[in-house]
Structures are given as C-alpha cells and as structure tokens.
Design a protein around this ligand. Structure first.
Ligand code: GLU
Ligand code: ZN
Length: 294
C-alpha cells in the first residue's frame, strides 16, 4: 500500500522549533511507511496569513532539506469548501449561530481542557430570526456543524485507543466564522478527504480535534479513516510547552545568525528529549532517531 501524509503549517508567522519537530516526524513517518508528502499551506484565516510567511515556509523547508511531492494552499480552494458546505446543508447539518464571544463564555460550560462546549442555543432559531431581520445574512453569525451525539472510537499509533464524544468535547462547532472565513477544523477535514491523505502525523496539542474531525469526515463521505499519530511537543525543564517567546523565535532568525540546519536538528531533537545532547546531527540521522520511535 502507498499513501500520503501532509505537513500543514499556518502562515501566521515564520516556522519555529515546534514546526521543525513536526516536520521531522512527518518526514520520518513518510520514509518509514513509504508515503508521498504533501505540503498544505493552511491560510484559512486571511486576517492572519501573510504572503511573506507563505514564501518563508517554502524557503525554510528547502533550506532545511525537507522536499515534498505536492502542494496546495487553502485560499485557492474556496469552491471546494463551498461544495462541502452544501453537502452538509443538504443533510440539514448546519445552522447559523449569532452568539457573541461574551455570550458563548457566559452561557456554556467548559470541558476539562478549557474548551467551550456549545449547548446549541441557536439551533432552531433560524425561522424566528428571518422574520425579525429580513435576511439572516445581514446579521453577523458563524455556521455550526451539528455533531452526532455518539462516542467515536479511534486509535493513535503512539497513544493508543480513545473513546470520545464530540458533543461533550465541544458541541456543535463552527465551520465558518463571523467574518466568513472557513475554520481550521472544517478546511483541514475537507482537504484531508479531497487530497486523499492517508496518514495524519501532528502535534499532541491538536489531539483533541481528532474525534470531531472524524465525525465531520464521516458525514462528508470519507469511508476509510486516516491513520493518526500525535507526537510529543517540545517542553522546557518544567515540562511546560514552548513559551510564547520561544515560539516567536523563528528558524530564519537562527539561519541569519549563522546557525546550520544540522545545529537546529541537534537542538530540536535534544529539546524534544529524543537525544542526550544538542550536538549537531544530519537530517537523515534525526529522521532515523524518530523512525525508531514510530
Ligand atoms: N495548521 C495547523 C497548525 O499549524 C495544522 C493542524 C493539523 O496538522 O491538522 O497547527
Ligand atoms: Zn449561538
């Protein structure tokens, strides 16, 4: 069998050490399982994406030696997202939500991870709103996907089995926001289907999104599930995630300061506790170290 894996950075800044660790996992997985590599630029949030960051991603990957087989960019795929939305609308699985951020916080409980669990307040208000304001399109609203109220059983190659009900994790979630931007959850799901992604390797910080993404993919007609692996993140001495300052420190700043890719691979593997010291290592060596753990 051959498949396809993706590396999916958001161009809201230049690549940092966290991206580098993710890329090492993705490229190591591709080598180990003989997968094609797809670069997906996740610029769904047009208010934060910048052309310089998009170009920066391509340049930095080339500089580091990460080559890929294909590429896509979300801002060019509006028609595909519209078609997927239509599919959901035909199944009556979408509704507009008029709640403000303040209301959302005040009126809904939060899950143990601190996420708002939307209780469905705006489900069924479309009719009354229509007569009130004429057209619902004139009132700012997001669009929510009605998640099935069922436990999704899924498996992570590293972390094992999960049994999660997205209704309890997040409730019906936005697929398009108040500014008419497609959300990460929606765009990524549609792309993973449309781009025939078979393997999803990404950071543990997004693990929580998996059950809801599976639910959405099922409704959109994806029959075979991707294989999932969520990798550990870089942590500091106190087991805390990379700080804002460290995340803001870009690989290209290092490059400009004369740091080599090998020095970065050594540093990132050490910080991710994959090696005993931060001595420079080659990309091939860094990938081998990770392949042993996959
Ligand atoms: N654009 C997301 C990020 O940068 C990628 C999420 C994913 O791999 O599904 O964190
Ligand atoms: Zn609402």
């Amino acid at each position: 069998m051959s498949g396809k894996i993706r590396f999916a950075p958001s161009p809201t800044g230049y690549l940092h050490e966290g991206h580098l660790l993710s890329a090492l996992y993705v490229w190591a997985a591709a080598k180990k399982w003989n997968l094609k590599i797809h670069l997906r630029i996740e610029d769904h949030d047009q208010s934060r994406a910048r052309p310089a960051y998009i170009e920066g991603i391509r340049e930095d990957l080339a500089w580091l030696g990460f080559h890929y087989d294909s590429e896509s960019i979300q801002s060019a795929r509006n028609e595909i997202y519209k078609a997927a939305l239509q599919k959901l609308e035909e199944k009556s699985l979408v509704y507009p939500c008029y709640c403000s951020r303040k209301q959302l916080l005040a009126e809904n409980p939060q899950s143990e991870t601190g996420e708002i669990v939307y209780q469905g307040k705006c489900f069924n208000v479309v009719g009354s709103r229509k007569s009130e304001v004429g057209s619902i399109d004139t009132v700012p609203h997001n669009l929510r996907f009605i998640v099935p109220d069922k436990v999704i059983d899924w498996h992570d190659l590293r972390l094992g089995d999960f049994h999660e009900n997205p209704k309890l994790q997040c409730g019906d979630f936005p697929i398009r926001d108040r500014d008419n931007q497609w959300t990460y959850q929606f765009a990524a799901c549609v792309d993973d289907i449309d781009e025939n992604i078979t393997h999803i390797v990404r950071g543990e910080d997004i693990r929580n999104s998996t059950a809801r993404q599976i639910a959405l993919m099922e409704v959109l007609g994806r029959t075979e599930r991707p294989i999932y692996l969520h990798h550990p993140l870089i942590v500091d001495e106190n087991n805390k995630k990379l700080s804002k300052r460290e995340l803001a420190h870009s690989l290209r700043q290092d490059k400009e300061a004369g740091i080599t890719p090998e020095m970065l691979f050594g540093r990132v593997c050490f910080k991710a506790r994959l090696t005993e010291s931060d001595t420079p290592i080659t990309l091939v060596n860094a990938m081998s170290i990770i392949m042993e753990r996959l």
